[in-house]
Unconditional design. Structure first.
Length: 333
C-alpha cells in the first residue's frame, strides 16, 4: 500500500494537521535536526540571528533586489514578550542603517501586544515609528485576520508620521499598511487609503475567513486582487503588489506599459526563497522587486502556520522549487 499524495489529502484535514504540528515544540526541536526540514526552512527563513539576516539582505541587494525585514513572532501573550519584540525591531532598524541596507521593516500587531492591550500595542509601535523617523526608515504593518482590520487601520492613522501625512518622499520615514483582496471590505478600504496617500501592500490574504467577510472561492479572490491592483497602479502612492501569480504579474506589467505607468511608481513584492527565478526575471526587465525576509528563532511555528493558512502552499512551495530548478537548468545549458 502506498501513502496518499499531498494533493489527495483534503485541504481542511491538511490544515488541521499542520496547525497541530505547529504547536508541538518537541517536534519542532526534532525538525531542526532533519536535513530536509533544515533545507526547506533555510530556503524560506534567513536564519535565527540578526547577523544571518543582514548577510542575506546584503546578498539580495547585490542581486538588485529591495528588501523588507520581518522578525518572526506573533500572538504574544505577555507584556514582556511584546516589549522585547519591539526592542528587537529598534535594534534591527539601527543595524540596517549601520550596514547601509534598505531601512524597511514589516511587523504584526499581535506581536506588538494587540492581544494583551491596545495601549501596549500602541506604545510599542509608537517607539518603532519614532526610531524610523530618526533613521529615515519605512515601517509596514502586516494585516492579520479580519478581526484586526479596524484596529490596524486606526493605529496606522494615529501613528503615521506627520511628514508622511504631509506627502513626504517615498524613500523617507513612513508607516504603511496591507490590504487583502480576499476581504469583502477591501475596495472601500483601498479607496479611503488612496485618498489619504497611504502606501499600500496588496496581497491575496492567507487566512481562513468566514464567507460573511471574505470571498470563499479562489477565483473571486484573484478577480478582486486584479481589480484592486489596477486601481492602485493608476491612483495609488507607490503600491506594493505582493504576489507570485504570474498571470497577475503579467497583467500588471501589461497595463503599466500600455498606460505609461513608470516602473518607479510601484514595485512587486515576494517572499524570501519563493520564485527566485521570477524575481530575477522581473529585475532584469527593469521592475522593482522587494523581498520579504523573515528571521528569528520562532521559525518552526511560523513556517507551519504559513502552510496551514492555505494548505495548497505545501504543493506551491514544492512546485516553486521544481520550477526554479528547470529554469536554472535551461540557463546552465
Amino acid at each position: 500500500m502506498t501513502l496518499p499524495s499531498i494533493a489527495s489529502v483534503p485541504g481542511r484535514a491538511l490544515r488541521v494537521l499542520l496547525l497541530w504540528l505547529s504547536r508541538r515544540r518537541a517536534l519542532g526541536r526534532i525538525a531542526t535536526r532533519l536535513p530536509i526540514t533544515r533545507a526547506m526552512v533555510a530556503r524560506f527563513v534567513a536564519g535565527e540571528r540578526m547577523e544571518d539576516a543582514l548577510d542575506a539582505l546584503e546578498r539580495l541587494r547585490d542581486q538588485g533586489l529591495r528588501t523588507t525585514v520581518d522578525i518572526l513572532g506573533e500572538s504574544v501573550t505577555s507584556e514582556a514578550a511584546a516589549r522585547a519584540a519591539a526592542d528587537q525591531y529598534l535594534a534591527t532598524i539601527d543595524a540596517l542603517a549601520g550596514r547601509g541596507l534598505d531601512r524597511n521593516v514589516s511587523l504584526k500587531l499581535s506581536q506588538m501586544g494587540l492581544g494583551v492591550s491596545e495601549r501596549l500595542c500602541r506604545e510599542n509601535v509608537g517607539r518603532i515609528v519614532a526610531r524610523a523617523v530618526e533613521r529615515g526608515a519605512f515601517v509596514r504593518i502586516d494585516m492579520e485576520d479580519h478581526t484586526t482590520v479596524d484596529a490596524t487601520l486606526a493605529l496606522w492613522r494615529e501613528l503615521r508620521p506627520a511628514a508622511a501625512r504631509a506627502g513626504g518622499t517615498d524613500d523617507g520615514a513612513d508607516l504603511g499598511v496591507v490590504i487583502q483582496s480576499a476581504l469583502l471590505r477591501s475596495p472601500a478600504d483601498t479607496d479611503a487609503l488612496i485618498a489619504e496617500s497611504s502606501r499600500i501592500r496588496l496581497c491575496k490574504g492567507a487566512y481562513v475567513e468566514p464567507a460573511s467577510v471574505a470571498h470563499p472561492e479562489k477565483a473571486d479572490v484573484d478577480a478582486a486582487y486584479e481589480a484592486l491592483m489596477l486601481r492602485l497602479l493608476r491612483d495609488g502612492r507607490f503600491p506594493a503588489l505582493a504576489t507570485h501569480d504570474e498571470r497577475l504579474i503579467a497583467r500588471a506589467t501589461q497595463v503599466a506599459r500600455a498606460e505609461g505607468i513608470a516602473p518607479e511608481r510601484f514595485e512587486f513584492q515576494m517572499l524570501y526563497g519563493v520564485r527566485r527565478d521570477l524575481q530575477d526575471r522581473l529585475v532584469r526587465a527593469g521592475f522593482g522587486v522587494r523581498v520579504y525576509v523573515p528571521f528569528g528563532t520562532q521559525w518552526y511555528p511560523y513556517f507551519m502556520r504559513r502552510l496551514a493558512e492555505r494548505p495548497a502552499n505545501v504543493l506551491f512551495l514544492l512546485r516553486s522549487i521544481l520550477r526554479e530548478g528547470r529554469h536554472s537548468g535551461r540557463r546552465d545549458a
